[in-house]
Design a protein around this ligand. Structure first.
Ligand code: SAM
Length: 229
């Protein structure tokens, strides 16, 4: 026991990525392909990242099912298909500045970081904000994590090449469009508390956007100053 306490002991070191986990991950990637995910960069990133590290150990056996799971504070880690779908739409290139609203477990952050994003991620629940950072640091990823209201964006690091919102917004927050570069992309689910439509919004000029409405999803709500109807 003394020896254990003598070095920087970290609970994350108790989690391992076994052959069984890796096999289950391969199977999940095959499933995502059959569901229409075609971007190899996204699929390879998800093949590499141990999703079970971002979930409570009681759900470890469910980590490679295509399902959302509770992560505490009434929130969820997004379904893998949803993560893949949003990431594919975001078209992240290495070195691009990306703003993520809703860090949650940090799993989506890991996918963006694996793709080479220069990431700023915001979460409004402090325990999630702190836990996600621990796991991502343990896995060797670096990003800027902000505890606060992401509906206001994060002007300090703006403008962004890409913005992704991982909670259902009743409206598109104006601040997010303002903080996007011209030519930048915002991926955001918009709708009521029951269902939302994924929107892909391209900022075409200082005061113009092109807004494409896509499939239906069901997210936990975006709660914040610019998330009111
Ligand atoms: N991407 C996350 C993952 O992979 O685990 C999923 C996040 S969960 C579906 C949505 C997250 O958005 C929740 O953690 C919630 O607390 C957060 N959220 C909701 N409104 C927010 C806001 N205004 N600012 C920051 N985070 C917010």
């Amino acid at each position: 026991m003394m020896a254990l306490l003598a070095f920087n002991y970290n609970c994350s070191t108790l989690i391992t990525d076994t052959y069984k986990d890796k096999g289950a991950r391969k199977q999940l990637i095959r499933e995502l392909k059959t569901k229409g995910i075609i971007d190899d960069k996204v699929l390879n990133a998800m093949l590499k990242i141990p999703r079970h590290f971002f979930m409570h150990k009681d759900f470890r056996n469910h980590a490679y099912l295509d399902k959302a799971f509770r992560i505490g504070e009434g929130q969820t880690i997004s379904q893998p298909f949803t993560v893949a779908y949003q990431t594919q739409l975001l078209c992240v290139e290495k070195g691009e500045s990306v703003l993520e609203i809703g860090t949650g477990s940090g799993y989506q952050s890991a996918v963006l970081l694996e793709l080479g994003a220069n990431l700023t991620s915001i979460e409004r629940h402090e325990p999630l904000h702190l836990e996600a950072q621990k796991v991502l640091k343990f896995l060797g990823y670096q990003a800027i994590f902000i505890f606060g209201d992401g509906s206001l964006g994060y002007p300090k690091n703006a403008p962004y090449d890409k913005i992704i919102v991982t909670a259902g917004a009743p409206v598109v927050p104006k601040a997010l469009i303002e903080q996007l570069k011209i030519g930048g992309i915002l991926i955001i689910p918009v709708g009521d508390g029951k269902t939302q439509k994924m929107h892909s919004i391209i900022k075409t000029g200082l005061n113009s956007i092109e807004n494409i409405e896509l499939n239906d999803f069901k997210f936990v709500p975006l709660i914040g100053e610019q998330a009111w109807l």
